[in-house]
Design a protein around this ligand. Structure first.
Ligand code: BES
Ligand code: MN
Ligand code: ZN
Length: 512
């Protein structure tokens, strides 16, 4: 991955292949942001007017490349838009810094070393810039040839390799808060990028068994206990939901438990992830046009996995248990049929009316299992419904909960870490739509409010009295449009920053 250093050098003295500065949108045109004073000086104080002439406005996402004047030790200056100039005495929003750093890092593919001279007032700003740069520099080229060119800047297909090194200027390398910020950014973004790799890995390679093996290896490396229930153990344990979804596939299901404990922990958080390594829909097969990206249906499990490993690497003083409900949803002679009744781990029976509503079946079992340990809170993460994408679009995840205050806390935490989310209700009148003439509940209900119906289904499998929230990340988990900010095409790593911050808040005793 891209390396990060905190540098004490000034913007005019550091040697690099490129220098990144910020430009904001002012009332009368572009405004050079703090951090770039020395660069502006090298432009004879005319950087803003040069940018204006080039058509730059300072809008978010804008990137302008300039040849560097003499006086700088870099060949190019890259001006990235930060959006509006903040009100007097206000700092730039951390998410603006994160996105600008990401946009800059994306344009710097094929570059060895870039210095970032963006506005930094506090360690939080340095952290956001580091996160944005390290996330923006991400590329998935595991399947794109191994031959590299002589300069080692391109992959086998001639695509430029990610930016190799980021030097952050304006951060204080000897200050404890800044050092911690850099370390946190590195650990967090490495785990987010690993989750992105898992999401992007084609489903013929990332089977439930392969995912479990990755989790086992990462657990060993990071002092996390990993237990894997294979199909035999799942059968013995009565995990009818996970088995029912996985039984149509040649690649058998797994339930993976990751246990991170901290000696000073007062609280335990359980995280549950939907890990459908491929969702064909099963016998209720998805039509062409709706299945090409369904390798992303394990993004919830990838987020949970990343969050547990990040919590361990950061030594957060909370116990975190991660549950990865892994299965492949395929049609075959052994697949669950619409009309079948499954007996869930909880003992409840479910009439499967639509085999494409499989996420709630694997999650139901995992939620019941997680509840047995009576954690202080359970959060599940899932690419659960197309209805949530209809409701909130491609960039915002929905939050449902049996506890309004907990739902609000998660929404606020997501906002703070720069993830778009929105609280959604669990209207009890939607429950009767899932009444079944044959079983305790059906896996489908009314079409309208389908995301909330799915949430109500999950709620039935959460232990009594346990605080629980459900994050439906079907929209933001996988990005199909053009990259923006630090968000690449493909797997995004949605919800990971929110989960890690939630773990930190829980450790600090800020929640319930
Ligand atoms: N994995 C899908 C949901 C999904 C849709 C994720 C789009 C990412 C992008 C889920 O398993 C599914 O198929 N849900 C059905 C449920 C329905 C059959 C009740 C849906 O949303 O159509
Ligand atoms: Mn499905
Ligand atoms: Zn699915």
């Amino acid at each position: 991955m891209t390396a990060l250093t905190l540098s004490t050098a000034g913007a005019a003295t550091l040697r690099a292949d490129a220098l990144v500065v910020g430009v904001a949108k002012g009332a009368k045109g572009p405004v050079v942001a703090p951090g770039a004073e020395a660069v502006d000086k090298a432009f004879d104080g005319k950087l803003a007017s040069v940018l204006d002439t080039l058509g730059a406005t300072g809008a978010e996402g804008e990137v302008t490349k300039l040849p560097a004047p003499s006086g700088l030790k870099v060949p190019v200056v890259i001006a990235v838009g930060l959006g509006p100039v903040p009100e007097k005495d206000e700092a730039y929003p951390t998410e603006s810094l994160r996105r600008a750093a990401g946009s800059a890092a994306r344009t710097l593919t094929g570059t060895k070393k870039a210095a970032f001279a963006l506005p930094i007032e506090a360690s939080e700003d340095a952290e956001a810039i580091a996160e944005g740069a390290l996330l923006g520099a991400y590329a998935f080229n595991a399947y794109r040839g191994v031959e590299k060119d002589a300069k080692n800047t391109k992959d086998g297909n001639g695509a430029k390799l990610p930016l190799a090194e980021v030097a952050l200027l304006g951060a204080k390398p000897r200050d404890k808060a800044y050092k911690a910020a850099a370390e946190r950014a590195i650990a967090l973004t490495e785990e987010i990028n690993r989750a992105r790799d898992l999401i992007n890995t084609p489903p013929n390679d990332l089977t439930p068994e392969a995912f479990a093996a990755v989790a086992t290896a990462a657990g060993k490396e990071n002092g996390i206990k990993v237990q894997v229930l294979d199909e035999k153990a799942l059968l013995k344990g009565g995990f009818g939901g996970i088995l029912g979804v996985g039984q149509g596939s040649q690649n058998p299901p797994r339930l993976v438990k990751l246990t991170y404990t901290h000696s000073k922990a007062a609280k335990t958080l359980a995280l549950v992830g939907k890990g459908i390594t491929y969702d064909s829909g099963g016998i209720s097969l998805k039509p062409a046009g709706h299945n090409e990206t369904m390798k992303c249906d394990m993004s919830g499990a990838a987020a949970v996995f990343a969050a547990v490993v990040a919590a361990a690497r950061l030594g957060i003083a909370v116990n975190v248990t991660g549950w990865l409900a892994l299965a492949e949803n395929m049609p075959s002679g052994s697949a669950t049929r619409p009309g079948d009744v499954l007996r869930m781990y909880s003992g409840k029976t479910v009439e499967v009316l639509n085999t494409d509503a499989e996420g709630r079946l694997v999650l139901g079992d995992a939620l019941t299992k997680a509840s047995e340990e009576n954690p202080d809170a359970i959060v599940d993460v899932a690419t659960l419904t197309g209805a949530m994408v209809m409701a909130l679009g491609n960039r915002t995840f929905g939050i449902m909960s049996n506890d309004d205050a907990f739902r609000t806390s998660i929404h606020e935490i997501a906002e703070e870490v720069g993830e778009q989310s929105w609280p959604m209700p669990l209207p009890s009148e939607l429950r009767k739509g899932m009444d079944s003439p044959t079983a305790d509940i059906a896996n489908m209900g009314e079409r309208m409010g389908g995301g909330l119906v799915a949430g109500l289904f999950l709620k039935e499998f959460v232990g009594d009295g346990i605080t629980w929230a459900h994050l439906d990340i079907a929209g933001p988990a996988f990005h199909e449009g053009a990259p923006f900010g630090y968000t690449p095409k493909g797997g995004t790593g949605s919800a990971i920053r929110t989960l890690v911050k939630l773990a930190e808040r829980t450790a600090d005793g800020d929640l319930g």
